[in-house]
Design a protein around this ligand. Structure first.
Ligand SMILES: CC(C)(COP(=O)(O)OP(=O)(O)OC[C@H]1O[C@@H](n2cnc3c(N)ncnc32)[C@H](O)[C@@H]1OP(=O)(O)O)[C@@H](O)C(=O)NCCC(=O)NCCS
Length: 192
């Protein structure tokens, strides 16, 4: 299958709708996800704007898609500029469910790294939630020895933190109870 990674632009409405459907399919059931198509669509449109650092403009965001030779979207990745451009947050990343395990996620991350580095970024980071017991950090009280739990993390049910480790990210912290008691957000970063 031929695939290319290219910018997603606000004008490309049919492609944006495809991305929103992929989001809905994957995250529609999660409390922190997108319950409706409209909300998924809003998330895609947010990738063209910027809430921060200071109001911002489109240049503070990166929005890239993997498409096959017929224009079908296979995956989507976004980047948000922070810390005066030293740091970029990877948000979001999604690969279409029937296209996973073929290296597309890794290629999207590698592409975002190039994009962020070209804009002067030195660090790429992300938060990856565990809302439903996918790792040993979920379902417990992480206080007070948070780092003891992080050091002993195990992947119980295909949590993506391991995917990011394979892409060169390391765990730099955790926000306990980010999504409610026992539902942390795992912070990971990589030097560019
Ligand atoms: C996580 C996700 C983006 C990975 O994309 P992908 O295209 O399937 O990943 P790749 O095929 O590039 O995988 C690269 C490596 O990571 C591993 N990997 C991928 N997903 C993994 C997971 N959930 N758990 C453990 N390892 C995983 C692969 O086995 C592969 O390992 P290998 O190099 O040893 O063969 C994709 O599964 C996805 O969209 N998931 C749902 C949305 C999501 O969780 N997004 C991240 C939110 S933070």
């Amino acid at each position: 299958m031929l695939m290319q990674i290219t910018d997603l632009t606000p004008e490309d409405t049919t492609t944006i709708e495809q991305v929103a459907l992929i989001l809905l399919d994957c995250f529609g059931h999660l409390p922190s996800g997108y319950p409706t198509f409209e909300e998924a669509l809003e998330e895609v449109h947010e990738s063209f704007t910027s809430d921060y650092p200071e109001g911002g403009s489109a240049s503070h965001r990166i929005s890239r898609i993997a498409i096959d030779d017929s224009g079908t979207v296979l995956g989507w990745i976004g980047g948000i500029q922070q810390y005066d451009g030293n740091v970029w947050e990877l948000h979001p990343l999604i690969v279409k469910s029937d296209c996973r395990g073929q290296g597309i996620g890794r290629l999207l991350v590698a592409d975002l790294e190039v994009q962020a580095r070209q804009r002067g970024g030195v660090t790429l980071w992300l938060g990856t939630d565990d809302e439903d017991g996918k790792t040993t950090l979920s379902g417990i009280n992480l206080y007070p020895n948070v780092w003891k739990h992080i050091a002993a993390i195990k992947n119980l049910r295909q949590h993506p933190y391991e995917f990011y480790q394979k892409c060169g990210f390391v765990i730099v912290g955790v926000m306990p109870d980010a999504n409610g008691l026992g539902k942390p957000d795992i912070y990971m970063a990589k030097q560019l």
